[in-house]
Design a protein around this ligand. Structure first.
Ligand code: NAP
Ligand code: GCO
Length: 267
């Protein structure tokens, strides 16, 4: 029988990677409001301290760790430390991500690898570290932050699109491989969200007018606006909660309708 408490995250421990600010911070804050204990990481002390202060401002006592998610040894160490200091992780959000906007024929193989390392290899590394604890506990939720680029391409983002397309399939594979252990692995595919990652696409022109890409996104989105990290909070809570226990291997696009829309017709 339906119980609204199924949406609660009371008593759950959630690790959100790269969550000092941006989408990760928004998702972790919502989890905390629903009762979860928050664990997050960043690459350096300064950003970690900024994150801890931002959580405190919202009344959230988050646990912060310095860890580069591409470093398997460091990730294993962090997950072990979290287990000792906080407890076994129930919810993992693979949020940390980077983008390099470079035309493919000008991109070096090292630049391509660097993007794939953070956006695809790291979700594998962190999930691998966390899944054994979830099996031990008898349940687990993994949410991979995918992208419009899990479905679509565009100029300059070959590495990002390849990684986010791969992340969609890693999501389906974790579902396939660990669903029998009561682990649900789903993805969220955000539309264009106003965060530091997309700031260059929204920079004002010297004459004060909108960046052409900014206007393009507003025109391409039926909601006629950029998304915010807050737009992702409800969907993330749903996928982290018992309310979604039979939802597995799904990518939930939260995009104001971009993927449904062919775009404005020429006048
Ligand atoms: P953001 O503002 O650039 O934040 C990214 C976060 O990831 C930062 O905290 C960053 O930490 C962290 N990070 C990057 N590399 C890391 C590493 N190796 N180890 C640990 N942390 C690392 O990005 P965002 O817009 O919030 O995006 C969050 C996620 O959503 C990404 O996966 C992104 O691809 C995805 N996404 C974004 C959009 C969008 O429109 N904004 C849309 C779809 C999907 P530092 O401070 O140390 O750099
Ligand atoms: C870009 C953007 C996107 C978004 C997002 C869309 O340059 O096209 O950065 O890739 O960040 O992932 O869902």
């Amino acid at each position: 029988m339906f119980d609204p408490k199924d949406f609660s995250l009371e008593g759950k421990i959630a690790l959100v990677t790269g969550a000092s600010y941006g989408i990760g911070f928004g998702i972790a804050s919502a989890f905390a409001k629903c009762g979860a204990t928050i664990v997050f990481n960043d690459r350096n002390q300064e950003k970690l301290d900024q994150g801890l202060a931002a959580y405190r401002e919202l009344g959230i006592e988050a646990h912060g760790y310095i860890c580069d998610v591409t470093d398997e040894e460091a990730v294993q160490k962090m997950v072990g430390q979290v287990r000792e200091e906080v407890g076994i992780i129930d919810i993992l959000v693979n949020n940390a991500g980077i983008i390099k906007r470079i035309p493919m024929t000008e991109m070096t193989a090292d630049e391509f690898r660097a993007v794939v390392d953070v956006d695809l290899n790291a979700p594998f590394i962190v999930s691998k570290a966390v899944i054994p604890g979830m099996i031990e506990k008898g349940h687990g939720k993994i949410i991979n932050i995918c992208s419009m680029m899990s479905e679509l391409g565009r100029e300059t983002v070959s590495a990002y699109a390849a990684a986010k397309g791969g992340l969609k399939m890693l999501t389906k594979n974790i579902c396939s491989e660990y669903g029998a252990y009561n682990i649900q692995c789903n993805g969220i595919g955000p539309g264009y969200i106003a965060t530091p990652q997309t700031a260059p696409l929204r920079e004002r022109q010297p004459d004060g007018s909108r960046h052409p890409f900014d206007s393009f996104i507003v025109a391409k989105t039926p909601a006629e606006r950029w998304g915010t990290p807050e737009d992702l909070q409800g969907p993330a809570v749903f996928l982290a909660s018992d309310a979604s226990n039979f939802v597995n291997g799904h990518i939930l696009y939260v995009d104001g309708g971009i993927l449904a829309y062919i775009g404005k017709q020429p006048q």
